[in-house]
Design a protein around this ligand. Structure first.
Ligand code: PLP
Length: 448
């Protein structure tokens, strides 16, 4: 079935946008200056189309989420069928419907091993709120109520709710609203291009891990509930940690009896070439947060995967976990997520990312290294970054001196038909997992 292309009155939409709409994470003064938001009207495969008739290669999969690409009729059909049968019912007070139960079992299969249970929410932020509350609840049940502190990294992104911003390490977000809330400690991120430039990778890795251990000791290990981190930091700039970092962090958590939490909101669902990012690093977190690729963004849904020993404690001690949302286990969202996973399995998107398109993207990005502006390219699976430098062979940035170059280059890319994101002086990409070699070539050609 072909979907008819609707004509939108873009001038009218821009007028209404300015008059009534507050888009997320936006400078409203700039929104006025620009005459309204960029309006995306439709999408297909790896391409989005704006209201002015431009076709743009979506190098960001929306907001790091449209893993199976746009225009999947099967997902629309799954939503349609479920809406007619049971559009909504809640999972409060010992109630459920078939889709969340089936989806929980499917996710448990993908997580494998000791991560056996799943708690549903609607957004990545809510998933991390759930992690926050569940970890503290667990330690109370265990008779260690003083274990409340979370250790996280600078530039981590864990969401936009009060707990999400607090767990996250974005200083500019902390500044609005007097955050973080008490009980969150931030340590250095394993960003070798910035913080370990020219340093031996093993020495840098040891230094980044020691920063965590030093903080655990300073806080008092008996007070620490959990360490939380994205396997690869996304919004922090696509920070791929050095080899050995995650196993060493896991060992620290085990040494001090601290819960290890992976925020898989971006890294989950094939992004790093495994179902979950932690599987790439061979570690066993005690909880994982997931969202985005779980439904490829077609409907809002997130989840927390929980280890059996935590669930055993809840089951053993009893008492309500007094946490949950109206849309926890939303049947339609769960039905779409189930279909999304089925598509990923059928098309082998995880394996393809690991064995084919991921390595292809790495090679293609590396061809940019001859450019005088490029300081480093890096990627893992289908997430990557290009560092822009002021002087080749250094990590000196334009932002040190003349403002950020990243947004300037990003705007040039968009004008040339490529959506990428600027994070300070780097450009990052995270395309749909269906991207082909030819589309990767086009992405890199526009970047060049
Ligand atoms: N965690 C990570 C790693 C993210 O990248 C994001 C969003 O980009 C979130 C959490 C928050 O997810 P949401 O925007 O769905 O609340």
């Amino acid at each position: 079935m072909t979907v008819p292309i609707r004509n939108h009155d873009i001038a009218e939409l821009k007028r209404l946008d300015l008059a009534h709409h507050l888009p997320a994470q936006t400078d409203y003064k700039l929104q006025q200056t620009l005459g309204g938001s960029r309006i995306i009207t439709r999408a297909d495969g790896v391409y989005i189309h704006d209201g002015e008739g431009h076709q743009i290669l979506d190098g960001m999969a929306g907001l790091w989420c449209v893993n199976v690409g746009y225009g999947r009729q099967e997902l629309a059909q799954a939503a349609y069928d479920q809406m007619l049968e049971l559009p909504y019912y809640n999972t409060f007070f010992k109630t459920a419907s078939p889709p969340p139960i089936r989806l929980a079992a499917k996710i448990a299969e993908k997580m494998g091993g000791h991560l056996t249970h799943v708690f549903f929410n609607s957004s990545g932020s809510e998933a991390n709120d759930t992690v926050f509350r569940l970890a503290r609840h667990y330690w109370k049940l265990k008779g260690q109520p003083q274990r409340t502190v979370f250790i996280s990294r600078w530039n981590a992104y864990h969401g936009s709710t009060v707990a999400g911003v607090s767990l996250g390490g974005m200083k500019y977000m902390h500044e609005q609203g007097d955050l973080p809330i008490p009980g969150v400690e931030h340590v250095m991120q394993p960003y070798s291009f910035n913080e370990g430039f020219g340093e031996d990778p093993a020495a840098f890795c040891a230094r980044a891990v020691k920063a965590i251990e030093d903080r655990i000791v300073a806080v008092g290990p008996e007070n620490v509930a959990a360490f939380i981190g994205e396997p690869v930091q996304g919004a922090g700039g696509v920070i791929i940690p050095p080899d050995g970092y995650w196993p060493a962090v896991e060992a620290l958590c085990r040494k001090y009896g601290i819960l290890l939490v992976c925020d898989e909101v971006i890294c989950g669902y094939g992004r790093l070439g495994q179902w979950f990012g932690h599987q790439h690093y061979g570690i066993k977190p005690d909880m994982i947060a997931m969202a985005k690729g779980l439904s490829s963004g077609y409907l809002p849904i997130s989840a927390v995967g929980v280890a059996d020993f935590i669930v055993d404690e809840l089951k053993d001690k009893g008492g309500d976990f007094v946490h949950g949302f109206t849309y926890s286990g939303h049947p339609t969202c769960c039905a779409v997520a189930l279909k999304n996973i089925e598509i990923m399995e059928r098309e082998g998107l995880v394996e393809r990312t690991r064995q084919d398109t991921g390595p292809y993207l790495a090679k293609a990005l590396a061809t940019l290294n001859d450019l005088p502006l490029v300081g480093e390219t890096r990627s893992l699976g289908l997430i990557g970054a290009v560092e822009i430098v002021r002087e080749k062979g250094t990590n000196l940035r334009f932002l040190d001196k003349e403002g950020e170059a990243g947004p300037v280059v990003r705007d040039i890319c968009i004008r040339n038909g490529l959506m990428v994101r600027a994070i300070r002086d780097s450009l990052v990409c995270c395309p749909p997992l269906i991207i082909t070699h030819a589309e990767i070539d086009a992405l890199v050609a526009i970047l060049r």
